[in-house]
Design a protein around this ligand. Structure first.
Ligand SMILES: Nc1ncnc2c1ncn2[C@@H]1O[C@H](COP(=O)(O)OP(=O)(O)O)[C@@H](O)[C@H]1O
Ligand SMILES: [Mg+2]
Length: 365
């Protein structure tokens, strides 16, 4: 058997190792990646029985080929892959061991004849480095999330402990300041946990929005007022609202999440004045068009090269802090409203995020 299919794609070009077995378990083809993973040549392997050539075990010591038993004389399902009576179609990726302890990620597909009898088995092999890389990504996500949670919680703990121990020593104004910091930190934790929960909803397209008549300008104004109360300089923010904005239907809690994320990014990743503007962009032929909110800052901005990535899950452009989830969730929320978001450059040279929400009452669904 040659290692090429009808379309001329050579099996040797595949990044994954591949073994083809006949119905008796005899190896009929081996590609180059498999030779490399197994450290054996194909002349060595082809024509031998896979149970002897590749004595895989799972981590509980089961001999894999005996446990799955694809070569059983009957076309019945193997014990490890029972699927309600139908003959097994193979097994998804499993981590298996070779003698000596080397690990392989193994996927098998049982190709059957119309009668259900086994025709051949195709086995894909992969080294475990890729899996380790994925696991270390997950580990670094856990580390960032833990870090992001710890700093606000540490501050909550310190302020509450100080207040409880020395309540009488502080003036009302000092107590108020400490408590508003505690409140802001608690909000940050809530937001982060909310974003984490929403990520899986965005992934699954299950994000629910409850649209009702909604005043975006008031939401943005109140948000800025809260930041100023929490200690930000009054002139750090600028808000311009156009006259005669059309009616907007949106989910107030979700829009608060959008505005909070964008303003927080402008403050944390950007610099200088954060300029917010709300305008109406009428649609063609007298249609309602969009309400557009822009959030500009005067920081370094985002390079043209990086702009296509900022809305990706986990992308954080090498920032040490941050989960890279905020903009992913923001975009998901806006799309669930039938709107969208774009990034460009602000006139001050920083980042500009342009949020678009369809004006008017949504069509009944
Ligand atoms: N206003 C901004 N100015 C510069 N860079 C930004 C701005 N907003 C977002 N970014 C970049 O986009 C990345 C992704 O943002 P986001 O999804 O909110 O994640 P996070 O804020 O947790 O890092 C940020 O880490 C940052 O590199
Ligand atoms: Mg963010």
């Amino acid at each position: 058997m040659t290692a090429a299919d009808g379309a001329g794609v050579a099996l040797d070009d595949l990044p994954d190792g591949l073994l083809v077995l006949d119905a008796t378990g005899c190896i009929t083809a081996v590609n180059a990646a498999a030779e490399q993973l197994l450290g054996r040549t194909r002349t060595d392997l082809v024509g031998t029985d896979v149970r002897r050539a590749l004595p895989l075990q799972d981590t509980s010591g089961r001999r894999w080929w005996d446990a799955t038993n694809p070569f059983a004389a009957t076309a019945g399902p193997g014990p490890a892959d029972t699927t309600a009576g139908a003959p097994a179609a193979g097994h998804p990726e499993r981590m298996l061991l070779l003698p000596g302890g080397s690990e392989l990620l193994v996927t098998a597909r049982y190709v059957r004849l119309e009668t259900g009898a086994l025709h051949r088995v195709v086995v894909a092999l992969r080294g475990t480095e890729e899996r380790q890389r994925a696991e270390s990504d997950a580990a670094s996500l856990i580390a960032t999330v833990a870090h992001e949670l710890r700093s606000p919680l540490t501050s909550v703990k310190q302020f509450t402990a100080t207040l409880l121990r020395r309540w009488d020593k502080f003036s009302d104004a000092q107590k108020r300041l400490m408590l508003s910091t505690v409140e802001a930190d608690a909000d940050r934790v809530t937001r982060l946990v909310g974003d984490l929960l929403d990520v899986s909803r965005v992934d699954a397209g299950r994000l629910q929005v409850h649209r009702r008549p909604f005043d975006l300008a008031t939401l943005v104004r109140e948000h800025v007022e809260r930041l100023v109360l929490a200690g930000y300089d009054d002139d750090r923010f600028e808000l311009v609202v156009a006259d005669g904005l059309p009616e907007l239907w949106a989910d107030p809690d979700r829009m608060a999440q959008v505005v909070t994320n964008l303003v927080e990014n402008a403050v944390r990743h950007g610099a200088g004045t954060v300029s917010l503007a709300i305008v109406h962009v009428p649609g063609p032929d007298g249609t309602d068009g969009d309400v557009v909110l822009t959030v500009d800052d005067a920081g370094e901005g985002i390079s043209e090269e990086n702009r296509p990535y900022v809305f990706s899950k986990f992308w954080h452009g090498g920032q040490r802090s941050g989960t890279g989830l905020g903009l992913y969730v923001v975009r998901g929320l806006l799309e669930a409203h039938g709107g969208g978001i774009e990034v460009s450059r602000s006139s001050a040279g920083g980042a500009r995020f342009r949020v678009r929400l369809p004006a008017g009452e949504p069509a009944a669904d």
